[in-house]
Design a protein around this ligand. Sequence first.
Ligand SMILES: [Zn+2]
Length: 266
Amino acid sequence: MIIDGHTHAHGDPDGLGDRYDARIEGLVDAMDAAGVDRALIMAEAVDVPYIKPISNAYVAECCERFPDRLVGFASVHPAHPHAEEELHEALTNMGLRGLKLHPRFQGVAADDPRSVALIRSAAELGAPVAIDALLWKPTPLALQLPIRIDALCKAVPEAKIIMNHAGGFHFLDALAVAIANDNVYLELSVALEYFHDTPFEEQFLFVLSKVGPRRLMFGSDHPQKDMKAALELTKRSLQRIGFSETELSWVMGKTLKAVLSPGDSL
Ligand SMILES: [Zn+2]
């Protein structure tokens, strides 16, 4: 089973920028075209000019429409006074399966006490937490550093943390955090493509080989990135560094499946 571990859709077709088709139908079509069985679709409780917020209710509605294809993660803003209640509602009553936090768009670091409290609540409910770690505009980069996930893991060691974009420009720090903390997983969208055919590609792939297939997850960041191209690049890159078909199958879906549903089906 192939699972895309990082996708978005929006009720407004231009909600993720007018260059991209943000419709949920566009996501399912891209999955069909790429041969992807399921996708993790994430809400975005964000406040930035170029992306409109994606509500938990919208993500839940998409998952209800395509129950065999989609798994949803909630998003709440750590600075919002009712964030705890919103998270609890999303995870217990709306069918959402995890939490997405976005230091780059929310301006709150992973080890900020407000983030830590939410991640502790998610962990208590058995829900994994995806955290953006690319390092890009618009918030101060210091808030986005993947090394801050280490402090978070020390505070909530039981939390399962998916580091989106594999640490981006700080991919060696992502490796250090993954070595230091057993429950950290790297999701590969954007970064693998960004470093492809650059002097840093070999170093990035070295990190992936060290982290190993059971802690890596394929992701595309559809619709801003092409799902089929991301899938093919991921396969090619990992085969090149010697991953077997079995190891590849972990990256392509089994790792995420195990994180979402330990000992269970999706
Ligand atoms: Zn994304």
